[in-house]
Design a protein around this ligand. Structure first.
Ligand SMILES: Cc1ncc(C[n+]2csc(CCOP(=O)(O)OP(=O)(O)O)c2C)c(N)n1
Length: 333
């Protein structure tokens, strides 16, 4: 069942459209060499993070790996700040110093954007520990790919989360591939959800192409965690339409496989559900799509017109500086 404060489905569809149009525009700008470094697109996976966002509160914590544009946009970081970050501009969500893989928005509790596979999973456990220690009822959502589940850090993190009964949901976005390596070739377990059993953590399988399934299952899990803190593991089955990164032609998979998932597109599906139920007209959908395209285009203009970070910031923000360490008095305040 869904929670009473459930976010409006049309609004969520609009968010999925924004994410898709933003990334299509980013892809174009990358090809035009306006964006440097790595760039991993989320196209096809939109229902995962949007479904998850629909199940949580704004003050819950969220952390993810490097395929992170959608997670920031879903959290409410502006398209302008996201595009400017790709362009390496000072107006970006990480001041232009992080790039595609290191989005960050502390005000919206989006704690990255992490490039090292599996490395952020223990950080997520630390975040969940902190909220439990402080007596808060926040839930931490930790997103990662199927490639992360064979990392040592992942196993250490799950063990501690179970031992300390931490309020965290481990969300495996199983898009079937880690770079060009399929799950069958990398992982002894074919049902990833069974990984959770080894740590006595409840596991769930979710259809990542279906916004409603993601939202409803996660809502139930979030409610259970808020009532009595515990970890949960969710394997969300999804698919990325594009290659691993912009430089990957994805020749390791068949056209038939890609086509099968495109036919089950999460945006088309939610649109059809809402239309069938009389909650959305074609005109409303077209207007939303037009708005998403305009926002994405405007974000390119914003990024182009923004300044580069100042040279003196080259080494800033890597370590906590003395100026930003809270004093004992400040810490108590
Ligand atoms: C520790 C580590 N090893 C290797 C890499 C190189 N690498 C970058 S992405 C990636 C694949 C990860 O795939 P997955 O976790 O399934 O996420 P997806 O790309 O599907 O979102 C690898 C091996 C890395 N970043 N970090």
């Amino acid at each position: 069942m869904s929670s009473p404060e459930q976010r409006d489905e049309v609004e969520m569809l609009s968010l999925m459209l924004l994410i898709r149009r933003f990334e299509e525009r980013a892809s174009q700008q990358y090809q035009a060499q306006k964006i440097g470094g790595f760039c991993h697109l989320y196209i096809g996976q939109e229902a995962v993070v949007v479904g998850a966002i629909a199940a949580i509160r704004p003050d819950d914590y969220l952390i993810t790996a490097y395929r992170d544009h959608a997670h920031a946009l879903a959290r409410g970081t502006s398209a302008d700040a996201c595009m400017a970050e790709l362009f390496g501009k000072v107006t970006g969500c990480s001041r232009g110093l992080g790039g595609s893989m290191h989005y960050f928005d502390k005000a919206r509790h989006m704690y990255g954007g992490h490039a090292i596979v599996g490395a952020h999973v223990p950080l997520a456990v630390g975040m969940a520990f902190a909220s439990k220690y402080r007596g808060e009822d926040r839930v931490t959502l930790c997103f990662f790919g199927d490639g992360a589940i064979n990392q040592g850090s992942f196993h250490e993190a799950l063990n501690l989360a179970a031992l300390y009964k931490l309020p965290i949901i481990f969300i495996c976005e199983n898009n079937l591939f880690a770079m060009g390596t399929s799950v069958e070739r990398s992982t002894s377990l074919q049902q990833i959800v069974h990984r959770a059993e080894g740590y006595d953590i409840p596991g769930h399988v979710v259809d990542g192409m279906n916004f409603r399934d993601v939202r409803d299952q996660l809502t139930e899990i979030v409610n259970s965690i808020r009532a009595d803190a515990h970890p949960a593991f969710v394997e969300i089955r999804t698919y990325r339409y594009r290659g691993h990164s912009m430089s990957d032609p994805a020749s390791y998979r068949t056209k038939d496989q890609l086509e099968k998932y495109r036919m089950d597109d999460p945006i088309t599906r939610l649109r059809a559900q809402l239309t069938r139920e009389g909650k959305l007209t074609n005109e409303q959908f077209d207007a939303m799509d037009k708005g998403a395209k305009e926002t994405a285009l405007a974000s390119v203009k914003f990024a182009e017109e923004s300044e580069e970070p100042p040279l003196e910031d080259l080494y800033a923000y890597t370590y906590v500086s003395e100026a930003t360490v809270p004093t004992a008095a400040g810490a108590q305040a």
